[in-house]
Design a protein around this ligand. Structure first.
Ligand code: HGY
Ligand code: MN
Ligand code: MN
Length: 418
């Protein structure tokens, strides 16, 4: 079987990267902004050049299908996302979509037989950047997000996702049809960059993902007393930001004290009001992002941080409000697909290691309705969500080879995947 081409992969990655709000500093393609909409158009055109049937659902998930011998069989899915965080790299998500394209190109070039349809999916809004909700497209597929919910999800301008979808002429009467039932999809395999440095440290080209950590996200609002920085004594003040800082350090202690096979806690966004040099902050709003591959351990960490935060608030005489945005279940990947990924690596004489994904991916939600697994290619210095994000095109091509072999196995398999 012919090898995947690093040149084709680079051409598509560069093609997508033409659409970028911050070419001077990394890649920024926030969902439903001009560059992201232009990139959607580019990707659909490339799918059509690959003789694929392209459709889009009511939340903007794009489905590009290469027909198999028997389209009555449940299809094999691959794909990922094309939206980014601000000032990101150019591989997070894009690598998975492009490797799906390359696999489809090679299947046709080498006339590889496949009974099942093969669909490359581009999931809407995997990043929580605009709507503070991750994996919007795949959540809608899993039923975790219903049409009513899109009215409550708003961007920083207070505009709801619902309004945006209407403005973009998506047919919201079809929103319920996005939901997939078990059996609708035979198997789903997503290729992604690792976004950590385990593969690089081990000197290995492929990671086979056994478990995917899930996020639990909160917006915390601390309300103290806004007052004069020089007038109010240290004893009298109720400093919202100082309280938030104590909470941040306590959160770090809690997550380090409750280790699972992989768990993290991050405060990534902080806002201080009124944000002035000589005013004691009256308000501090910050986000909490907790990841864990073990739901039980995650619940312990969540319970502990909520108790700790309220203790700090009480002692400092400030008010506390914690809003839960999502509290998602981790995923254990499908053993049959994992075995096929290992067999593909062995067939290709490509070394690999089992790995846990700290980052979440759309596969976390696809795994709710279909047998799902992922494979990783290395990230240079483990960096991602940064202009420094890098993976060699040859490394991505190696991943595409493993993905191709696995997709072909699945597309000709008639056994149930347990
Ligand atoms: O944050 C994540 O885990 C993913 O990259 N959106
Ligand atoms: Mn990401
Ligand atoms: Mn991603």
């Amino acid at each position: 079987m012919q090898q995947a081409s690093a040149t084709h992969i680079k051409t598509w990655i560069d093609g997508m990267n033409q659409y970028n709000a911050t070419p001077e500093f990394g890649t920024t393609r926030i969902v439903f902004t001009k560059p992201e909409l232009e990139n959607r158009k580019y990707v659909k055109e490339e799918f059509q050049k690959l003789n694929m049937e392209v459709t889009e659902d009511a939340v903007g998930n794009i489905y590009a299908t290469l027909k198999g011998e028997d389209s009555s069989l449940a299809p094999v899915w691959t794909g990922s996302h094309i939206d980014t965080v601000p000032n990101a790299g150019k591989f997070d998500g894009m690598a998975g979509v492009v490797c799906g394209m390359e696999a489809v190109r090679l299947i046709q070039e080498c006339h590889l037989p496949h009974k099942r349809d093969i669909t490359v999916v581009v999931y809407t809004s995997e990043e929580p950047t605009r709507y503070k909700m991750s994996c919007i497209g795949s959540r809608a597929m899993s039923g975790d997000l219903i049409l009513e919910g899109t009215k409550q999800i708003c961007d920083l301008d207070g505009r709801s996702l619902y309004d945006k979808l209407q403005e973009l002429n998506y047919d919201l009467t079809q929103f319920d049809a996005i939901k997939k039932q078990p059996g609708d999809v035979y198997a789903a395999v997503e290729l992604h960059i690792e976004q950590n440095n385990q593969l690089e440290k081990a000197g290995l080209p492929i990671g086979i993902v056994k478990r995917i950590c899930a996020p639990s996200n909160y917006v915390v609002e601390v309300t103290g007393v806004q007052s004069h920085a020089g007038g109010t004594s240290m004893e009298e003040r109720k400093d919202a930001y100082a309280a938030a800082c104590e909470m941040a350090l306590e959160l770090e202690k809690i997550v380090k004290a409750h280790k699972s096979d992989f768990n993290t806690a991050t405060i990534g966004s902080v806002r201080v009001v009124p944000d002035a040099m000589n005013v004691i902050p009256g308000k501090c709003i910050f986000t909490v992002d907790i990841r864990d591959c073990d739901m039980e351990n995650k619940q312990i960490v969540i319970q502990a941080f909520k108790e700790a935060f309220s203790g700090i608030a009480k002692r400092r005489g400030v008010e506390l409000a914690i809003e839960e945005k999502n509290n998602d279940l981790p995923l254990t990947c499908n053993p049959s697909i994992l075995k096929m990924l290992e067999e593909s690596c062995e067939e290709l004489k490509t070394a690999y290691m089992p790995i846990i994904s700290g980052p979440y991916h759309d596969s976390l939600f696809v795994g709710r309705f279909a047998p799902t697994a992922m494979l990783f290619v290395p990230s240079k210095n483990g960096i991602s969500h940064s202009p420094e994000e890098w993976t060699d095109y040859e490394q991505i091509a190696k991943g595409a080879d493993v993905l191709l072999h696995t997709i072909c196995r699945l597309a000709n398999c008639m056994q149930p995947l347990n």
